[in-house]
Design a protein around this ligand. Sequence first.
Ligand SMILES: [Ca+2]
Ligand SMILES: [Ca+2]
Ligand SMILES: [Ca+2]
Ligand SMILES: [Ca+2]
Length: 937
Amino acid sequence: MGSHKLKLSTSLPVPLILVSLFLLLSPTTPHCEGESLHGSFEAPEGWISVGRSAWVGELGRHGTRALEGSSTETAMVWKSQALEDTDWSQAQVLEGWLEVDEGEAWLEVEILEGDSQKPLAKWSTPKVHEGEGWRYVAVETGAIPTLKNGVASATDSCCQTAEVRFGVKGKARLDDANLFPFSPKIVANGDFQASLDRKGRIPMWSEETVKDLFEGTSSGKMMVPFQLLPYEVSKTPDKALVLSPSTEWHAVSSINYPVLPWTDRFSIKAEFQCLGGITDPPYTLKGNRELQKFFSNLPVNPADTVPAGQIITVWSDDYAQNVIRVDKGEIERTPAVSMLPGWQRTITSGPLTPPEGATCLRAVLVAHRTAPKDQPGGLVYFDNVDIRTLPPLEKKVKVWINQVGYETKGPKSAVIATNFFPADSTTGTLRIVAEDGALLFETDFASSGRMRGQNNADWGWWFWRADFTDLESEGVCLAKATIGGIEGQSHAFEIGKDLLFRELANLMVDFFFVQRCGYEVPGWHAACHLDDAKLPDGTHRDLTGGWHSAGDYNKIQWEYGDGGVVYSLLNLAERNPGFFAAKDRDSDGLPDIQDEARWGAQYLAKVQNPETGGFLGHIEQGPDRKTWMNWVAPEKTTDNLVGTADDPIVRPEPGSSPLALSGWLRVAKVLEGRGIENSFRDHARRLLEMYKRESPDGGAGPLVLLSVLDLYALERDSDALDYARKTAEALLSQAHPSGQLKGGYDDSGDIPAAALATFALRLPEDPLTPKIRETLEDHLAPFVSRPDNPFGISRQKEGPEGYYFDPTSALGVNYLIACRAWSALLLHRLLKDPRALVYATDHLDFILGKNPYDLCMLEGAGSFNPPRYHHRYIKIPGHETGAVPGAIPNGFVRDVGGHDRPGFDLSTKGREYPSYRTSEPWLVHNVFFTLALAEMP
Ligand SMILES: [Ca+2]
Ligand SMILES: [Ca+2]
Ligand SMILES: [Ca+2]
Ligand SMILES: [Ca+2]
């Protein structure tokens, strides 16, 4: 071990060095999300007037304020204050919205040398012209080396400034200006600030599994102590990853991130710092004095025994099964002086183009040991790891549409995504062509800008929305979009009358049929779970039947469970009885769709609690989780013998199924029409008595209202009408003063609105109907205007803290998307407001392919379905992908890094099945989709 002391060899007192180094370093933190341009203009800050200009109110695009300027000659009318902190070593994007009253307007950004203000580089957006309305513009800057006195410097970015300017010839306004890095954030926990998990592991990082990256053996410690910054300066403990190699090398890797589709060039960067002579870092350094002491006590090793750092990029195929290529960055060491606290450098792997077949990449951080065996291996610190998508080599135009298609008279739109913004135009052109290439329709469209989720999570593309509602010629066609000379093309799709119903209605029926429990489904499975189920008191009751509720075999007795299935199937059947008449797989004269409803009604009768009129609890497959997690074909889950240890159990908590009331009544009517005896009316009566008993004042909720409306329609029972009115009044009384209804998902009022709209449609002359119409009109405007994005899709949570996808990424919410569509379709039927129809269509389009994965999330329809499903049916020979016709999987959750943009498990290999979060079918998605399908105009 060396006996020298580390020398802080400088004439400056230590604290001053620390402070000045910190100030130099902090602006270059590579993961900051761009410098604020104060581009909302709601406050008078950050901008300087340089011409005939004004800060105007009431004319903004968002909020109230905007910048305005006028000039008869080409002139800059406003400029930003000097931007000091932008990292020009990576490409930036300048964007804004311009509205031109007269002439033209544009934005530009110029980089200036710090002291001399000498212009170094300048980029301008395309121009917006008068009469175009608010128009989005953007320009990408290049990445330029950090310069000091005109000379590239790897360590210092203090000596440039930049200015954003608003140019006008004529008169124009600017709002929503923004300057941000081209690369959306990808890495999760790249700053190592996340708390260790319960097992002491570093979230999103783990030991590299490839052990032959280098000669020698890989081993060592990985830790996340505080970085070597004095506490008083950093205020918050800034943690870093520290590797201490005990053999030749030691490597830690990030999780595997998908190779993002919007670019073909990546780089990985990190800050690093090397220390010799020790094997354990200081975990707490509360002040300069302790820090100084720590460093003055450090043994100094000869420079060549200090460990070195390196970043490696590992490209792998699907689900990281096979490494396709390894790209190694330079092995670098910080110099001896770097042992000063806070002194760190950036190392890189890249720029890199993904190899053919790569779908994942990961960052691997490596510490190389150089110290002799009898000396400590030293430490390599890593922090602020950043996987960057660099501006692409190949420009792409993606065209996303509803892959099933569009109604002849309905709203029609495509969403287009580009990985560039054109240099000389703010619009693109959409052409719809027939299969033989004939041009059917042509229109120009403007950009909607970027999409950003919670915490500014950028979705990676420029988005554009093109409307072709006016095209009403029927047939198969393609959408082709041209932007900046680059063309993209959609999958083939159809335009036709009653298209979605015709294409998808039978798939809905088939889905439930294949999900049947306790029944032999030909081509799928034998009769299963014949020992359903053991009651909480230990006795057995015949509860066979119903449907497997998801990709597992549980049967959930809840509001949108089997009662929802029966209700939605009957609605679909009643929409067009003739359509289903010929489909009768068991040739009993009852169409498949009615067989399916009857199947559910029978099961619901079995699970009705004879004492209360309500329902028994969930039936879970097996007495414990082990049985539930048993991935086998359904008939093999249990021995199918009553009274053995594997019998499925009934949960003690009561179930709920308000829609069963309507289901029973309507199935009874179908059966009575054919002279088939049944007792479903009695079951319905008992359930209604329970609601009346428990909620005499009508607080039983919107699903009870829907059921009671059906009771009244069938029986003209004045008590039922009375109870329907009470229930409707209770829903109305809960509305916000603005008229916005409460309840439903995320308190959006969607389900109450659907129930009230059904009331008003069924009972147009009822004294309560004018009040319902008025409330629904007030409810509709905010409900349909919230999706201010090119897809027209709702957020899972609205409002300032809202998000598209839940931070926990628990489950995708296709049920919620379909539910909103159903609600909006009923509002449209009642109020004839075209906005409601556009809203509903956008939500169904999103499920059926108009989404950033170009993915049709309804199995057996469209051009591109999920490659695999999270379903225990994968254990049925011949069904290894788990694809049940008509199945709608959970849908998008956040991406793997936890950023609020869509992620979906499209793996085809690796684990035996994909993530349940995105890829598990669930009855409730199909319930709401079927309800929506039944209400299509
Ligand atoms: Ca504004
Ligand atoms: Ca950190
Ligand atoms: Ca039949
Ligand atoms: Ca059994």
